[in-house]
Design a protein around this ligand. Structure first.
Ligand code: FMN
Length: 266
């Protein structure tokens, strides 16, 4: 008699355990990373949200070498092909929110992620894009995901420069709280001041922030600013060979802080 009660309790407990797991497992972090930067963001999202994590790859992985990857992508573009995605180890039906992560390649999602978007139907899912990049590509890649997945709800994304990855945990914590993925209150940021022609001082600030990037980022034309936590954020409109881009720069309030650009929006 006692044994059967214990067995019944054990069955109930395991059932409760299963139910809890299913409820907790509604979010998945699904990402591609070639050299580990996007992986670091994926792991932090997994840690903060408790979501499951799945790293995707392609049947013939990219080598990890920058030059070889560029050459292979150019060849794929010329042939109009994308790599073949390895089968995922997760069932996407189990999840309703997918944090979808990728590096930016050629201004948009890396080829393996483009291939995943071609081969998997995310209809009905909420997609939260996140990406890492040398200079930028969040908004263009999110626009491309929206085009490729018209029946998914593609939400606001998070992006970070490789060179600023140390700032990622704090920024991510803010992003996840602001969008309600984790508990916690965050202050709304004020609007930028009106764009005005740059002064010599603001031009110098821009040049320090962008000067050591491997490619020239253009000439600042106008700027607006706003206070953020312990820093000021600047929004520059920039003339890059006749095209206009927007470049965001942060300057910490502490003595001797060096301005850094956070992203280029083309
Ligand atoms: C083939 C290739 C193309 C890239 N194209 C861009 C680009 O267009 N814009 C950019 O800002 N960064 C570009 N990058 C830099 C990567 O986005 C950046 O290093 C990223 O953090 C790498 O992520 P991972 O370490 O997760 O692979 C490119 C890198 C590679 C390998």
């Amino acid at each position: 008699m006692k044994k059967s009660i214990i067995a019944a309790v054990a069955i109930c407990m395991s059932l409760i355990g299963c139910t809890t797991k299913t409820q907790e497992s509604k979010s998945l972090v699904l990402y591609y990373s070639q050299t580990g930067t996007t992986q670091a963001v994926a792991e932090e999202i997994g840690r903060l949200t408790n979501a499951d994590i799945e790293r995707m790859d392609v049947e013939e992985p990219y080598s990890g070498d920058f030059g070889q990857t560029i050459a292979r992508c150019q060849e794929e573009t010329a042939k109009g092909i994308l790599p073949t995605v390895k089968p995922l180890n997760v069932n996407l039906d189990d999840y309703d929110t997918i944090f979808l992560g990728y590096p930016i390649w050629f201004g948009t999602c890396a080829n393996p992620m483009l291939a995943l978007l071609e081969s998997v139907d995310f209809s009905g899912k909420k997609i939260v894009p996140f990406c890492t990049f040398g200079s930028g590509g969040l908004s263009t890649s999110v626009a491309d995901i929206r085009k490729k997945e018209p029946n998914a709800e593609v939400l606001e994304g998070y992006g970070v420069r490789t060179a600023r990855i140390a700032h990622m945990p704090k920024e991510l914590d803010y992003f996840l709280k602001k969008n309600g993925y984790i508990a916690g209150e965050v202050a709304e940021l004020p609007d930028f001041t009106e764009q005005k022609p740059v002064t010599e001082e603001e031009k110098e600030l821009f040049n320090i922030a962008c000067g050591d990037y491997q490619f020239p980022l253009g000439t600042p034309v106008t700027v607006g600013s706003r206070p953020i936590e312990n820093a000021t954020e600047y929004k520059y409109t920039v003339d890059s060979n006749g095209a206009t881009s927007t470049i965001y720069v942060i300057l910490g309030n502490e003595e001797g802080a060096k301005p850094e650009f956070t992203q280029v929006v083309r």
